[in-house]
Design a binder for this molecule. Structure first.
Ligand SMILES: *Cc1c(COP(=O)(O)O)cnc(C)c1O
Length: 367
């Protein structure tokens, strides 16, 4: 069976280093907010190219705490997309704010800046562009719009560790940027974890306080916070994985190149890369009219393909009929019916990629 993502084989690949890191933490006797997290925050901010990184409990919390730190809450509106992980929209509602959803660019699956104007109101406080599948949203236009209307930009980088827009890494452009280290992400922990990166010292400090009951340095709550800490075990594992992230991203790009070569000319919509972007292929997503049939065909032959995401958020039961959408989300709804994520992870072998390509070709020839 070839899985869509496979964090287990990554453990096997770095087993010695990870086992040592875990042992070091277990024997240290210090399990929350210690040197491992402090060092991971330094190493991760250094890698991304920001002044600060603050570890938190998940990507969802990173988004939620970012909104709170910006003072965004009840009555405020935040513009984002419906074609994303539920977490993006859930975090806005957790903060008490109102999500306003816009359509995507059909070629890139990311927020269409042309739609921003129609989503804007005098209550709009922020935009959350999602760098979906591993490449940047159209940041130039989004940043310009945000600047013009004095809006915060909070980048959702949960699928884009190490990806670039122009010369800089994603996460360096927004006021704040949020990462998830869910196990299957390009940088994945062995449990839940996340981080916020920023160049704004005040916002970094606020998030550092909010993640622990809103404490000041004397452990007195000066703000309404909660508990959202990235523990030492996960931080130690992430430090190991961070050292191998570039190598992992390169492997993903090579797999994507092999897929591109093997699948071109077969009538699929293959991933397109915007010329300003360096894509890190968190997912390799193709478009196909007979998506469900192809998925079943692959599954019957031991290849698990995924759908990210099968139902746009505004059509999911928890949200249906009550989310504000700026116009019709035509491209969002169309994409949801046609997209298919083929297996991709750094340790996926060339022969497996070749097998997947052959199986897809077989499907085309038989249908
Ligand atoms: C994974 C993901 C999140 C949420 O991260 P968690 O760590 O699972 O809370 C948010 N946004 C996007 C786009 C994601 O892919």
């Amino acid at each position: 069976m070839i899985l869509c993502g496979n964090p287990g084989v990554q453990y096997q690949a770095y087993r010695e280093e990870i086992d040592l890191a875990i042992k070091r933490v277990l024997e240290s006797g210090w399990y929350i907010l210690g040197d491992e997290l402090g060092n991971f925050e330094l190493e991760f901010s250094d890698y991304i190219g920001t002044q600060h990184a603050v570890g938190v409990a998940s990507g969802t919390d990173a988004l939620y705490l970012s909104l709170i730190a910006c003072g965004i809450g009840s009555g405020d509106e935040v513009i984002t997309v419906s074609h994303t992980a539920v977490a993006t929209v859930a975090a806005i509602e957790l903060a008490g704010a109102v999500p306003v959803l816009v359509d995507i660019e059909p070629n890139f699956y990311t927020l269409n800046p042309v739609c921003l104007e129609s989503a804007l109101s005098d209550k709009t406080k922020a935009i959350i562009p999602v760098h979906l599948y591993g490449q940047s949203a159209s940041l130039g236009d989004i940043l310009e719009f945000a600047e013009k209307h004095q809006l915060y930009v909070i980048e959702d980088c949960a699928q884009a560790h190490g990806a670039k827009y122009q010369k800089q890494k994603l996460g360096t452009y927004g006021d704040l940027a949020c990462f998830s280290f869910y196990p299957t992400k390009n940088l994945g922990a062995m449990g839940d974890a996340g981080a916020v990166v920023t160049n704004n010292s005040e916002l970094a400090e606020t998030i550092g306080s909010l993640r622990e009951y809103g404490w000041d340095e004397k452990r007195i709550s000066v703000a309404k916070g909660n508990n959202s800490r990235l523990d030492e075990l996960q931080a130690a594992i992430l430090r190991v994985k961070l050292r191998h992230l570039e190598e992992g991203n390169t492997a993903r790009k090579n797999i994507a190149r092999d897929y591109n070569c093997g699948l071109e000319g077969l009538g699929f919509g293959l991933p397109r890369v915007n010329k300003s972007n360096d894509h890190v292929y968190h997912l390799y997503v193709i478009r196909c009219r007979e998506r469900d049939k192809l998925r079943r065909y692959l599954r019957d032959r031991g290849v698990v393909a995924g759908i990210h995401y099968p139902i746009p958020i505004h059509l999911q039961p928890a949200y249906l009929g009550r989310l504000r959408c700026a116009g019709k989300l035509t491209e969002t709804e169309k994409a949801a019916e046609e997209i298919l994520s083929l297996p991709i992870y750094p340790e996926l072998g060339r022969s497996d990629v070749e097998l997947i390509i052959q199986t897809v070709k077989e499907f085309i020839n038989n249908s």
